[in-house]
Design a protein around this ligand. Sequence first.
Ligand SMILES: *Cc1c(COP(=O)(O)O)cnc(C)c1O
Length: 385
Amino acid sequence: MSSAGEVVSAVRDVVGNEPFVGLHVPDITAVEKQRVQECLDSTFVSSVGAFVSEFERGIAAFTGAAHGIAVSNGTSALQVALELAGVRPGDDVIVPTLSFVATANAVSHVGAQPFFVDSDPETLGMSVEAVAEVLRTAKPSAEGPLNAVTGRRIAAIVPMHTLGHPMRIAELVALAAEFDVPVVEDAAESLGSRAGRTHTGTFGRVGIVSFNGNKILTTGGGGMILTDDDELARRARHLTTTAKLPHRWEFEHDEVAYNYRMPNLNAALGVAQLERLPGFLEAKRRLAARYRERFADVPGADFLDEPAGTDSNFWLCAVRFDGGRSVRDDVLTATNDDGLQCRPMWNLLHLQAPYRHLPHAAVPAAEELHASVVCIPSSPALAAS
Ligand SMILES: *Cc1c(COP(=O)(O)O)cnc(C)c1O
């Protein structure tokens, strides 16, 4: 078992002696300032402007998606993606209990209910076996499989690539296809991560990424819907821009829709950050290699590495500790006392106030991960060279 003091020394050996080291801080340079200044000078700071389309094209090209639709944040992207996939009020959506609350909230925002399942300890993502169990016990119907536990239609599956590590997405997509249930990929944390050669967020019918301030690329706040389907892309654009019909001056809207378009000012920041993304990915890979090597010498500590056959963006580096919750808590106390901003995984979603009344699958692996994993400082600047 590792002592908290050994963990502090190991992290300090990698990140240096700055009094405070954040978990993941944005990296803003003259490149970003120049683009944002250009945007300000143009006065096109809001929902009309050239940076939005440039950023959409850039992310689509980087991920290999045919279309990218830029929106206000990752949560709104996921909400619209679920709607596009055909999720309706009263449906169930299969979601990993080990995720950020946005994954479940987006399901609630469309009036559906998350059905939480267990995680895979190897990838930290949703367990494919757990999803298979829900689908195989479901009752077939003309509308789709009905969850044996809730009786509700299983309208979508939302895998998430935890901390940037790709889950077993190809297997999950094949399983979902057997039951004709759409996969909506929450790739909020995994911009730059690939399973095989394919970018995360482009396996399912529709996927999303986030550009929140703590993600690998930030637009301040922002998100993007990714899809290869021309019709879904057209609908995504329409729904996120108030469903306004194109006209030189008339304000005609053909359905109730959203004002979710990403402002040009945020996209200007995004265009600059995207230029720097390859550098961020290299820096994070170097940082991960340094932690991997240093933690090999710490007893009872396992650096969480990228799953075999994948390239992770190592968005957040993390370590799993033997000895249960008390060891995890000692590590959190000692590191944070030392100015190292370390964080546990999110509290499991099936136990959070808005969701604890819902039925869910058994989640022993997620409980184990929650009790044993600590995320450690992961800013690209920590391994700039
Ligand atoms: C960051 C994140 C989101 C979406 O985040 P926004 O803050 O709304 O951009 C969704 N899911 C996961 C797993 C996330 O980490």
